[in-house]
Ligand binder design. Structure first.
Ligand code: HXC
Length: 514
């Protein structure tokens, strides 16, 4: 009897060695943890239960029948993060370069199916040479099985991808279909075609890092959401991200109350807006001062910086924050920022996360580049996302809310639940100067001193129209609030709207302007 038990231990120990000690050492030399070490760092201590440890590939071509490694290059199973259930897979680069075989894909699909059945998030750790070349189309079929599940699972349970090594070719599409992508600087990359193919086809010489490294994807392409300095930091931050999320679309996110007073005033907010309306201020300062403990998990912090998105808590409940950033492009909406925020708004709406929107937007960014790039269609994505969202929506206009961008940024007209404005708010079709130049064009032209006339009519326009009270008189703004009282008013709004129920008209699905 004891021999059988000892044999099991021995087989498990062998499986844990993956492709062998020398390949584990090579992984470490590159500053990378192994598949199992990563799961240890990600999950609660001793919570991980591995499944399919002894699964092997079925391939007999190219001498593969003589090379079997238990587990076949991916570690799968379940466990907990902060006590909440999660399903995970972690590709093992030490076994056939973590490449995806038919059986390896089946293991991943198994835990995905289990996660959907019980309503628990899925975290995938990617470190793979792509399709198992020896298996050919069987491997491609495996990828497609994973993709299909990524799609069906989207909006049902949160899906998170960590890119911690190579992720190339069609393999990139599984992470791309998930809700969040985190990468490690210097040791991970994602691209459809690598530097060699790029050189052959377009004669461009680029490194893997330039083409698809963490910095590229978090600052240039917008493909990834987070870039971290090493494996351990990434895994620790994934735990933090996880703490904000619900387990599924049928549950609210967990409440984590750190005891920050919901009525806390911050008098410094009364001085946040500069006297000169053309001067920027840092919207992050407002977010930090309003949310619980200043704990704001910014998402896509390095990309389309003219809009801020991220997760925070108010009175312990997770909220999704969307905010124009006057420090970058004066907070204008452009293609990149519209798409960035639209996807986030839809994520929050899928997963019962109320939206808190801070508005200081002088409009959509003008120019050939924007128009030819399709700002009409891309801007419509953000409008669509806010308009269809049925979670509680609380909006605060801090300063400018001009033109179409006023409508788009979670306005009352897009079923905003509570829309507040600070006393400095200017809610108008356009800025006072532009408006005065159009409606007083003749008076300015005929004046002896056109510059002085322009200034005079601009000031008159601003005094009469660039304020929050016209909108407030129409009920488009529910109240004009003191900046220092913003936290209390937002929390009051969220409390009031908790449990909000709203149905969309029956449809198969909508037709978002893609
Ligand atoms: C089988 C693979 C493999 C693969 C790597 N290995 N990729 N085995 N299928 N796709 C094996 C290697 O043979 C090697 O085995 C071990 O993994 C480590 O690989 P190295 O090349 O030694 O490592 P490194 O120098 O770090 O290079 C990593 C790499 C390189 C850049 C990923 O291995 C590579 O270019 N691999 C091929 C990538 C590729 O073309 N994949 C197919 C893409 S197409 P030994 O025994 O020597 O240790 C694709 C389509 C997906 O994925 C479509 C989905 C729809």
């Amino acid at each position: 009897m004891w021999e059988i038990i000892a044999k099991l231990d021995q087989l498990r120990d062998e499986a844990c060695l993956g492709g062998g000690q020398h390949r584990i050492d090579a992984q470490h030399r590159r500053g990378k943890l192994t598949a199992r070490e990563r799961l240890e760092a990600l999950m609660d201590p001793d919570s991980f239960e591995e499944l399919d440890t002894f699964v092997e590939h079925q391939c007999t071509d190219f001498g593969m029948d003589k090379t079997h490694v238990a587990g076949d290059g991916v570690v799968t199973g379940y466990g907990t993060i902060y006590g909440r259930r999660v399903f995970v897979f972690s590709q093992d680069f030490t076994v056939f370069g973590g490449s995806l075989s038919e059986t390896n894909a089946r293991k991943i699909c198994k835990i995905m199916d289990m996660a959907v059945k019980v309503g628990a998030p899925i975290i995938g750790i990617n470190d793979s040479g792509g399709a198992r070349i020896q298996e050919g189309v069987a491997s491609l079929a495996g990828y497609a099985e994973v993709f299909q599940r990524n799609v069906l699972t989207s909006g049902v349970v949160p899906q998170i991808s960590a890119i911690m090594g190579p992720c190339a070719g069609g393999a990139v599409y599984s992470p791309a279909l998930t809700d969040f992508i985190a990468m490690v600087k210097g040791s991970s990359y994602m691209f459809l075609t690598g530097p060699d193919v790029v050189k052959t086809v377009t004669h461009e010489e680029v490194t893997a890092e330039q083409l698809g490294g963490a910095v590229t994807h978090t600052t240039r392409s917008g493909v990834a959401d987070f870039a971290f300095s090493n494996d351990l930091v990434l895994l620790k931050q994934l735990r933090r991200l996880f703490s904000f999320l619900p387990s599924s679309n049928r549950e609210p996110p967990p409440r984590i109350d750190i005891g920050d007073d919901p009525k806390r005033h911050d008098l410094s907010l009364d001085y946040l807006i500069p006297n000169d309306p053309q001067r920027p201020y840092d919207m992050k300062e407002l977010i930090d001062k309003v949310v619980d403990g200043g704990d704001f998990l910014e998402i896509q912090a390095g990309y389309a910086k003219n809009i801020l998105i991220g997760l925070a808590r108010m009175e312990g409940y997770t909220v999704g924050i969307v905010a124009n950033q006057p420090m970058v492009l004066a907070g204008c909406l452009d293609i990149a920022s519209s798409v960035k925020a639209a996807r986030f708004v839809r994520f929050c709406d899928c997963f019962n996360i109320p939206l808190v929107t801070f508005v200081d937007v002088p409009g959509f960014l003008p120019g050939m580049q924007q128009e030819l790039g399709g700002i009409i269609k891309h801007g419509a994505k953000l409008l669509f996302a806010f308009a269809e969202a049925t979670v509680p929506k609380v909006t605060v206009i801090t300063r400018k809310a001009y033109g179409g961008a006023y409508d788009v940024m979670s306005s009352k007209h897009l079923r905003g639940d509570l829309n507040y404005a600070w006393p400095h708010a200017e809610i108008a079709v356009m800025g006072p100067k532009g408006a005065a130049e159009i409606i007083f064009r003749n008076e300015i032209r005929d004046s002896e001193d056109p510059a002085a006339k322009l200034q005079q009519v601009t000031e008159a326009y601003a005094a009469n129209f660039a304020n929050p009270f016209i909108a407030a008189r129409k009920g488009f703004i529910d109240d004009v609030i003191m900046p220092h009282d913003t936290r209390r008013r937002i929390i009051g709004g969220l409390r009031t709207m908790a449990g909000k129920k709203m149905e969309l008209p029956w449809k198969k699905h909508d037709n978002l302007p893609l």
